[in-house]
Design a protein around this ligand. Sequence first.
Ligand SMILES: Nc1ncnc2c1ncn2[C@@H]1O[C@H](COP(=O)(O)OP(=O)(O)OP(=O)(O)O)[C@@H](O)[C@H]1O
Ligand SMILES: [Mg+2]
Length: 445
Amino acid sequence: MRLSRYFLPVLKETPSDAQIASHRLMLRAGMIKQNAAGIYSWLPLGYRVLRNIERIVHEEQQAAGHIPMLMPTLQPADLWRESGRYDAYGPEMLRIRDRHERDMLYGPTNEEMITDIFRSHVGSYRDLPLTLYHIQWKFRDEVRPRFGVMRGREFFMKDGYNFDLSYEDSMYAYDRHMVSYLRTYERMGLKAIPMRADSGPIGGDDTHEFLVLADTGESEVFYDAAITDLTLGDRQIDFDDRAGLRAICEEWTTPYARTDETHDAALFDQIPEEQRRTSRGIEVGQIFYFGTKYSEPMGATVVGPDGAKVPVHMGSHGIGVSRLVGALIEAHHDDNGIIWPEGVTPFHCGIVNLRQGDGDCDATCEKIDAALKAKGLDPLYDDRDERAGAKFATMDLIGLPWRITVGPRGLKNGVVELTSRKTGESEEMSLKAAVDRVGQIYARP
Ligand SMILES: Nc1ncnc2c1ncn2[C@@H]1O[C@H](COP(=O)(O)OP(=O)(O)OP(=O)(O)O)[C@@H](O)[C@H]1O
Ligand SMILES: [Mg+2]
């Protein structure tokens, strides 16, 4: 992509109404535009990141054996009357009436709808286990939408639903979700810690929230420092291996990690003092086993092996796809702008031409652009007629992990400069060496 032909409306001024770094940077980098309180357009650069996150979520869900589909944003109120949540949900639900005076709503979540789909088509235990998911826009009329996409009213969420014959099978689905979520966040370059969460009025212990540590997070969290050392790294995960999954979940759930809602001071005090941490966190996902809460009132039953009809055990599992864009920036930025992890970056590499119009510089930049594309990468070539300082400032702001700089002085010696956004370190090398290096970086599994 050539920057001169792109749509990257960067702001010079820091928006005064944005309270946290990620919100400020998303506005300044031309990633989003607010259309109404808590409602945003995703401009081209932001849209690229959103799509990258969505793709990773899809890949990891399908690796775990979960099946993608798509449900609508609008739902009939009658389904929610069946579960009893139409009245219980309160003012967060956006209620709509159509021309025939039928009550509709913009879905804040999809338990009722998926349960209706299930009961329409599944009747035997032989069709289980089943886990369906979609990634779709949700609407919750939050009292205080704030922090940009972090707490929007309209937001993009992955929500998955498991259907199982027994509690044990449902716990296997729970473990699959926990491990697939750990992999998802790790691939994006994020450390998200599963913390025992509050299951609210439903009861039971089987829910975890995934929190990214950040001073600007809305939740207060308490944890054992040991948990932050855990990584999956390049472990091979076999999602058919129940015991293997359980072992990984135990590894992550044994060290103390809780939000303020479930915090137990007495337990926390048993951790060696030097390992106790109190901090803040951003909730980027939640997994939840809720048994027959929806299947029972809505009649989602299967005939079991013994011929008896039983309600299915269910759980629901969410990832805040649009919130993750903000959370990633909270975790990866400096005073000059965003620092994208390679897994989600909107473009793989920037190309900065220090003397636009100089035959040699232009030709070299175009060669680099073509060579990176030939490696399957997406470069962003700053071909504008701008000062070097302005070009560097834009690149730093939008946070591409790698930049190749081409100038007349270097070209005299046959070199270009490869710069890491994260460390700021630059290295001179031949055009070919720079392209190969960037190619190798993204070829890593
Ligand atoms: N208003 C919102 N804006 C952006 N993302 C959201 C919003 N509400 C929830 N999410 C994301 O969707 C995920 C799954 O939704 P869930 O129903 O667990 O949200 P929640 O627990 O109500 O969120 P919160 O406690 O932050 O209001 C959350 O973990 C979060 O990442
Ligand atoms: Mg939640």
